[in-house]
Design a protein around this ligand. Structure first.
Ligand SMILES: *Cc1c(COP(=O)(O)O)cnc(C)c1O
Length: 349
Protein backbone atom coordinates (compact mmCIF):
# COMPACT_ATOMS: atom_id res chain seq x y z
CA UNK A 1 0.00 0.00 0.00
CA UNK A 2 1.38 3.49 -0.77
CA UNK A 3 2.05 5.51 2.38
CA UNK A 4 -1.01 7.57 3.26
CA UNK A 5 -0.77 11.35 3.73
CA UNK A 6 -1.05 12.00 7.47
CA UNK A 7 -2.83 15.08 8.85
CA UNK A 8 -0.34 15.34 11.73
CA UNK A 9 3.41 15.94 11.55
CA UNK A 10 6.36 16.20 13.85
CA UNK A 11 8.95 18.45 12.38
CA UNK A 12 12.19 17.28 14.03
CA UNK A 13 15.17 19.63 13.93
CA UNK A 14 18.28 17.49 13.45
CA UNK A 15 20.60 20.50 13.78
CA UNK A 16 19.07 21.36 17.15
CA UNK A 17 19.44 17.73 18.31
CA UNK A 18 23.13 17.62 17.33
CA UNK A 19 23.67 21.13 18.72
CA UNK A 20 22.14 20.11 22.06
CA UNK A 21 24.49 17.12 22.23
CA UNK A 22 27.48 19.36 21.46
CA UNK A 23 26.38 21.84 24.15
CA UNK A 24 26.10 19.06 26.75
CA UNK A 25 29.42 17.58 25.62
CA UNK A 26 31.04 21.01 26.14
CA UNK A 27 29.40 21.40 29.58
CA UNK A 28 30.69 17.94 30.55
CA UNK A 29 34.27 19.16 30.19
CA UNK A 30 36.72 16.30 29.86
CA UNK A 31 34.02 13.66 30.47
CA UNK A 32 32.55 11.86 27.46
CA UNK A 33 28.92 12.66 26.59
CA UNK A 34 26.60 9.75 25.81
CA UNK A 35 22.88 9.72 25.01
CA UNK A 36 19.83 8.09 26.59
CA UNK A 37 17.72 6.87 23.66
CA UNK A 38 15.34 4.59 25.59
CA UNK A 39 11.59 4.73 24.94
CA UNK A 40 12.27 5.00 21.20
CA UNK A 41 14.53 8.02 21.59
CA UNK A 42 12.06 9.69 23.98
CA UNK A 43 9.37 9.32 21.32
CA UNK A 44 11.30 10.84 18.41
CA UNK A 45 12.56 7.54 16.92
CA UNK A 46 15.62 5.83 18.42
CA UNK A 47 17.26 4.79 15.15
CA UNK A 48 17.03 8.30 13.66
CA UNK A 49 18.20 9.92 16.90
CA UNK A 50 21.10 7.54 17.51
CA UNK A 51 22.29 7.77 13.90
CA UNK A 52 22.33 11.56 14.04
CA UNK A 53 24.05 11.70 17.42
CA UNK A 54 26.67 9.17 16.31
CA UNK A 55 27.42 11.46 13.37
CA UNK A 56 27.81 14.37 15.81
CA UNK A 57 30.40 12.36 17.77
CA UNK A 58 28.37 10.56 20.44
CA UNK A 59 29.84 7.13 21.29
CA UNK A 60 27.73 5.77 24.20
CA UNK A 61 24.02 5.01 24.00
CA UNK A 62 21.58 3.90 26.71
CA UNK A 63 18.32 1.98 26.31
CA UNK A 64 16.05 0.30 28.86
CA UNK A 65 15.48 -3.14 27.33
CA UNK A 66 17.07 -5.72 25.05
CA UNK A 67 14.35 -5.18 22.44
CA UNK A 68 15.42 -1.54 22.30
CA UNK A 69 19.07 -2.61 22.00
CA UNK A 70 18.24 -5.06 19.19
CA UNK A 71 16.50 -2.27 17.26
CA UNK A 72 19.78 -0.29 17.30
CA UNK A 73 22.02 -3.25 16.43
CA UNK A 74 22.20 -2.43 12.68
CA UNK A 75 23.86 0.90 13.53
CA UNK A 76 26.86 -0.84 15.15
CA UNK A 77 26.98 1.48 18.18
CA UNK A 78 28.08 0.95 21.78
CA UNK A 79 24.80 0.38 23.64
CA UNK A 80 24.11 -0.25 27.33
CA UNK A 81 20.86 -1.82 28.57
CA UNK A 82 19.82 -0.05 31.75
CA UNK A 83 17.50 -2.74 33.11
CA UNK A 84 20.23 -5.37 33.09
CA UNK A 85 19.71 -9.07 32.53
CA UNK A 86 16.56 -10.77 33.78
CA UNK A 87 16.54 -14.56 33.53
CA UNK A 88 14.41 -14.28 30.41
CA UNK A 89 16.90 -11.84 28.83
CA UNK A 90 19.97 -14.02 28.99
CA UNK A 91 19.77 -15.53 25.50
CA UNK A 92 19.20 -12.13 23.93
CA UNK A 93 21.87 -10.55 26.10
CA UNK A 94 24.47 -13.02 24.86
CA UNK A 95 23.42 -12.52 21.22
CA UNK A 96 22.65 -8.79 20.89
CA UNK A 97 25.74 -6.54 20.62
CA UNK A 98 25.13 -4.48 23.77
CA UNK A 99 26.24 -4.47 27.43
CA UNK A 100 23.92 -5.05 30.35
CA UNK A 101 23.94 -2.55 33.20
CA UNK A 102 23.85 -5.10 36.02
CA UNK A 103 21.75 -3.70 38.83
CA UNK A 104 20.99 -6.52 41.29
CA UNK A 105 23.14 -9.13 43.02
CA UNK A 106 21.15 -11.82 41.17
CA UNK A 107 21.99 -10.21 37.84
CA UNK A 108 25.67 -10.02 38.79
CA UNK A 109 25.71 -13.75 39.59
CA UNK A 110 23.73 -14.57 36.42
CA UNK A 111 26.15 -12.65 34.19
CA UNK A 112 29.24 -14.06 35.86
CA UNK A 113 27.91 -17.65 35.65
CA UNK A 114 27.03 -17.16 31.98
CA UNK A 115 30.54 -15.90 31.20
CA UNK A 116 28.81 -12.91 29.61
CA UNK A 117 31.80 -10.64 29.07
CA UNK A 118 32.06 -6.87 29.41
CA UNK A 119 29.25 -5.25 31.39
CA UNK A 120 28.32 -2.05 33.17
CA UNK A 121 27.14 -1.94 36.79
CA UNK A 122 24.59 0.35 38.48
CA UNK A 123 25.26 1.25 42.11
CA UNK A 124 22.49 2.68 44.29
CA UNK A 125 23.70 5.80 46.11
CA UNK A 126 20.37 6.77 47.64
CA UNK A 127 17.63 6.77 45.01
CA UNK A 128 16.53 3.27 46.01
CA UNK A 129 15.42 2.42 42.51
CA UNK A 130 17.88 0.15 40.64
CA UNK A 131 21.41 -0.69 41.74
CA UNK A 132 23.60 -2.77 44.01
CA UNK A 133 24.74 -1.33 47.32
CA UNK A 134 28.10 0.41 47.71
CA UNK A 135 28.76 -1.83 50.76
CA UNK A 136 28.33 -4.98 48.67
CA UNK A 137 30.67 -3.51 46.04
CA UNK A 138 33.29 -2.81 48.72
CA UNK A 139 32.83 -6.37 50.01
CA UNK A 140 33.86 -7.73 46.61
CA UNK A 141 30.51 -8.38 44.91
CA UNK A 142 31.91 -7.41 41.51
CA UNK A 143 35.09 -9.51 41.65
CA UNK A 144 35.88 -11.27 38.40
CA UNK A 145 33.60 -9.08 36.25
CA UNK A 146 34.96 -7.13 33.28
CA UNK A 147 33.34 -3.76 33.94
CA UNK A 148 33.32 -0.95 31.43
CA UNK A 149 31.33 1.73 33.31
CA UNK A 150 30.33 1.95 36.96
CA UNK A 151 27.16 4.04 37.19
CA UNK A 152 24.83 5.60 39.67
CA UNK A 153 21.77 7.81 39.14
CA UNK A 154 20.74 11.07 40.79
CA UNK A 155 17.28 11.33 42.36
CA UNK A 156 17.15 15.14 42.64
CA UNK A 157 19.34 16.50 39.84
CA UNK A 158 16.50 18.75 38.63
CA UNK A 159 15.64 20.10 42.11
CA UNK A 160 16.95 23.61 42.54
CA UNK A 161 16.12 23.86 46.26
CA UNK A 162 18.47 23.25 49.19
CA UNK A 163 17.12 19.80 50.08
CA UNK A 164 17.61 18.62 46.50
CA UNK A 165 21.14 19.99 46.38
CA UNK A 166 21.98 18.29 49.67
CA UNK A 167 20.77 14.98 48.24
CA UNK A 168 22.80 15.53 45.06
CA UNK A 169 25.93 16.19 47.08
CA UNK A 170 25.35 13.13 49.28
CA UNK A 171 24.97 10.92 46.20
CA UNK A 172 27.99 12.49 44.45
CA UNK A 173 30.16 11.95 47.47
CA UNK A 174 29.00 8.34 48.04
CA UNK A 175 29.70 7.59 44.39
CA UNK A 176 33.10 9.30 44.35
CA UNK A 177 34.05 7.06 47.29
CA UNK A 178 33.89 4.07 44.95
CA UNK A 179 36.67 5.38 42.71
CA UNK A 180 39.34 2.70 42.44
CA UNK A 181 37.28 0.10 44.33
CA UNK A 182 36.32 -1.81 41.15
CA UNK A 183 38.01 -2.64 37.84
CA UNK A 184 35.63 -0.29 35.98
CA UNK A 185 37.40 1.74 33.31
CA UNK A 186 35.27 4.83 34.07
CA UNK A 187 32.41 6.13 36.21
CA UNK A 188 29.16 7.87 35.26
CA UNK A 189 26.59 9.69 37.41
CA UNK A 190 24.93 12.60 35.59
CA UNK A 191 21.73 12.71 33.53
CA UNK A 192 20.77 15.97 31.73
CA UNK A 193 20.14 17.91 34.91
CA UNK A 194 23.27 16.41 36.46
CA UNK A 195 25.36 17.88 33.63
CA UNK A 196 24.24 21.32 34.80
CA UNK A 197 25.45 20.60 38.35
CA UNK A 198 29.07 21.17 37.36
CA UNK A 199 32.34 19.38 36.81
CA UNK A 200 32.23 17.45 40.11
CA UNK A 201 29.25 15.47 38.78
CA UNK A 202 30.64 14.59 35.34
CA UNK A 203 33.10 11.79 36.26
CA UNK A 204 34.17 10.01 33.04
CA UNK A 205 30.85 9.95 31.17
CA UNK A 206 27.53 11.82 31.32
CA UNK A 207 24.22 10.30 30.15
CA UNK A 208 21.77 13.04 29.11
CA UNK A 209 18.41 12.21 27.58
CA UNK A 210 15.81 14.93 28.07
CA UNK A 211 18.00 17.92 27.19
CA UNK A 212 19.08 16.35 23.89
CA UNK A 213 15.44 16.53 22.83
CA UNK A 214 14.92 20.14 23.92
CA UNK A 215 13.92 19.56 27.54
CA UNK A 216 15.23 22.01 30.13
CA UNK A 217 15.43 20.33 33.55
CA UNK A 218 17.40 23.15 35.20
CA UNK A 219 17.09 26.84 34.39
CA UNK A 220 20.83 27.22 33.84
CA UNK A 221 20.58 25.04 30.70
CA UNK A 222 18.03 27.33 29.01
CA UNK A 223 20.63 29.29 27.01
CA UNK A 224 22.30 26.12 25.69
CA UNK A 225 19.37 23.93 24.68
CA UNK A 226 17.17 24.42 21.59
CA UNK A 227 13.71 23.05 20.80
CA UNK A 228 13.86 19.91 18.65
CA UNK A 229 10.21 18.79 18.37
CA UNK A 230 7.66 20.92 16.47
CA UNK A 231 4.19 19.35 16.05
CA UNK A 232 2.04 20.59 13.16
CA UNK A 233 -1.63 19.73 12.61
CA UNK A 234 -4.03 20.23 9.72
CA UNK A 235 -7.29 22.16 9.99
CA UNK A 236 -10.15 19.76 9.26
CA UNK A 237 -12.91 22.35 9.53
CA UNK A 238 -13.30 26.08 10.07
CA UNK A 239 -16.62 27.33 11.42
CA UNK A 240 -18.26 30.36 13.02
CA UNK A 241 -19.55 29.64 16.51
CA UNK A 242 -22.28 32.14 17.39
CA UNK A 243 -22.28 34.02 20.70
CA UNK A 244 -23.54 31.86 23.60
CA UNK A 245 -22.97 28.55 21.79
CA UNK A 246 -20.51 26.03 23.28
CA UNK A 247 -17.58 24.07 21.88
CA UNK A 248 -16.50 20.50 22.61
CA UNK A 249 -17.20 17.76 25.15
CA UNK A 250 -19.15 18.72 28.23
CA UNK A 251 -19.77 22.16 26.70
CA UNK A 252 -17.12 23.69 28.94
CA UNK A 253 -16.31 26.60 26.61
CA UNK A 254 -19.01 29.13 25.73
CA UNK A 255 -18.59 31.85 23.11
CA UNK A 256 -18.71 35.35 24.60
CA UNK A 257 -19.18 36.70 21.05
CA UNK A 258 -19.34 35.25 17.55
CA UNK A 259 -16.05 33.31 17.31
CA UNK A 260 -14.11 31.82 14.43
CA UNK A 261 -13.04 28.28 15.33
CA UNK A 262 -10.70 25.81 13.61
CA UNK A 263 -10.84 22.10 14.42
CA UNK A 264 -7.45 20.44 14.05
CA UNK A 265 -6.38 16.83 13.75
CA UNK A 266 -4.67 16.36 17.14
CA UNK A 267 -5.76 14.96 20.49
CA UNK A 268 -4.83 13.21 23.66
CA UNK A 269 -4.27 9.95 21.76
CA UNK A 270 -1.35 11.82 20.17
CA UNK A 271 0.07 12.87 23.52
CA UNK A 272 -1.65 16.26 23.38
CA UNK A 273 -3.01 15.81 26.88
CA UNK A 274 -6.31 17.05 28.29
CA UNK A 275 -4.30 19.42 30.47
CA UNK A 276 -3.94 21.59 27.36
CA UNK A 277 -7.72 22.19 27.39
CA UNK A 278 -8.24 26.01 27.44
CA UNK A 279 -4.48 26.41 28.06
CA UNK A 280 -2.54 25.22 25.01
CA UNK A 281 -2.09 27.13 21.80
CA UNK A 282 -0.87 27.12 18.23
CA UNK A 283 0.67 29.62 15.81
CA UNK A 284 0.00 30.57 12.21
CA UNK A 285 1.46 33.55 10.37
CA UNK A 286 2.69 35.07 13.62
CA UNK A 287 -0.76 34.91 15.25
CA UNK A 288 -1.36 32.93 18.46
CA UNK A 289 -4.39 30.67 18.34
CA UNK A 290 -5.62 29.62 21.81
CA UNK A 291 -7.04 26.16 22.46
CA UNK A 292 -10.69 26.46 23.49
CA UNK A 293 -12.69 23.81 25.35
CA UNK A 294 -11.72 20.23 26.03
CA UNK A 295 -9.02 18.39 24.13
CA UNK A 296 -10.68 15.30 22.58
CA UNK A 297 -9.01 12.00 21.70
CA UNK A 298 -8.30 13.09 18.13
CA UNK A 299 -9.45 16.72 17.87
CA UNK A 300 -8.73 20.15 19.32
CA UNK A 301 -10.57 23.44 18.77
CA UNK A 302 -8.63 26.69 18.27
CA UNK A 303 -9.93 30.26 18.37
CA UNK A 304 -8.83 31.59 14.97
CA UNK A 305 -10.80 34.86 15.10
CA UNK A 306 -7.50 36.75 14.71
CA UNK A 307 -6.45 34.68 11.67
CA UNK A 308 -8.87 35.41 8.82
CA UNK A 309 -6.36 33.88 6.39
CA UNK A 310 -6.68 30.33 7.80
CA UNK A 311 -8.88 27.83 5.98
CA UNK A 312 -9.72 24.14 5.95
CA UNK A 313 -6.62 22.24 4.77
CA UNK A 314 -4.14 24.77 6.19
CA UNK A 315 -1.62 23.73 8.84
CA UNK A 316 -0.86 25.27 12.22
CA UNK A 317 2.23 24.92 14.44
CA UNK A 318 1.42 23.66 17.93
CA UNK A 319 3.13 25.49 20.84
CA UNK A 320 5.47 22.82 22.19
CA UNK A 321 8.45 24.53 23.81
CA UNK A 322 8.83 21.89 26.51
CA UNK A 323 9.12 23.93 29.74
CA UNK A 324 6.13 26.11 28.77
CA UNK A 325 4.12 23.15 27.44
CA UNK A 326 4.77 21.24 30.66
CA UNK A 327 3.64 24.20 32.75
CA UNK A 328 0.50 24.64 30.62
CA UNK A 329 -0.52 20.99 30.62
CA UNK A 330 0.56 19.86 34.08
CA UNK A 331 2.57 17.02 32.51
CA UNK A 332 6.33 16.62 32.83
CA UNK A 333 8.60 17.42 29.89
CA UNK A 334 9.43 13.68 29.82
CA UNK A 335 5.77 12.66 29.51
CA UNK A 336 5.14 15.16 26.72
CA UNK A 337 7.99 13.70 24.63
CA UNK A 338 7.45 10.01 25.32
CA UNK A 339 3.69 10.15 24.69
CA UNK A 340 3.90 11.59 21.16
CA UNK A 341 2.67 8.33 19.66
CA UNK A 342 2.52 6.85 16.20
CA UNK A 343 0.05 8.99 14.29
CA UNK A 344 2.60 11.67 13.36
CA UNK A 345 4.65 11.73 10.20
CA UNK A 346 8.15 12.26 11.62
CA UNK A 347 10.00 14.61 9.29
CA UNK A 348 13.66 15.30 10.05
CA UNK A 349 15.61 18.13 8.54
C1 LIG B 1 16.78 7.93 31.57
C2 LIG B 1 18.10 7.89 32.23
C3 LIG B 1 19.06 8.87 31.96
C4 LIG B 1 18.74 10.12 31.18
O1 LIG B 1 18.00 11.00 32.01
P1 LIG B 1 17.49 12.44 31.57
O2 LIG B 1 16.90 13.01 32.80
O3 LIG B 1 16.47 12.22 30.51
O4 LIG B 1 18.66 13.21 31.05
C5 LIG B 1 20.32 8.68 32.49
N1 LIG B 1 20.61 7.61 33.29
C6 LIG B 1 19.70 6.67 33.59
C7 LIG B 1 20.06 5.54 34.48
C8 LIG B 1 18.40 6.79 33.09
O5 LIG B 1 17.48 5.87 33.43
Amino acid sequence: MPSLPLPLRLHLDGDALAGNWRALDRLAGSAACGAAVKADGYGLGAVEVAGRLAKAGCRDFFVATWAEAAALAPLGLSVSVLHGVRAADLTAALAVPARPVLSTETQVARWRDAGGGVCDVMVDTGMNRLGVSPDAVRAGLLGGLAIDTLMSHLACADDEDAAGMAMNEAQRSAFAGLAGVTTARRMSLANSAGVALGAGYAFGLVRPGLALYGGIPRGSLAGDIRQVVFPHAEILQRRTVPAAATVGYNATWRAARDTEVAIINLGYADGYFRGFSDRGGAQAGGTRLPVIGRVSMDLVALDVSAAAFLAEGDWVAIDFALPAAAAASGMSQYELLTSLGHRYARDWD
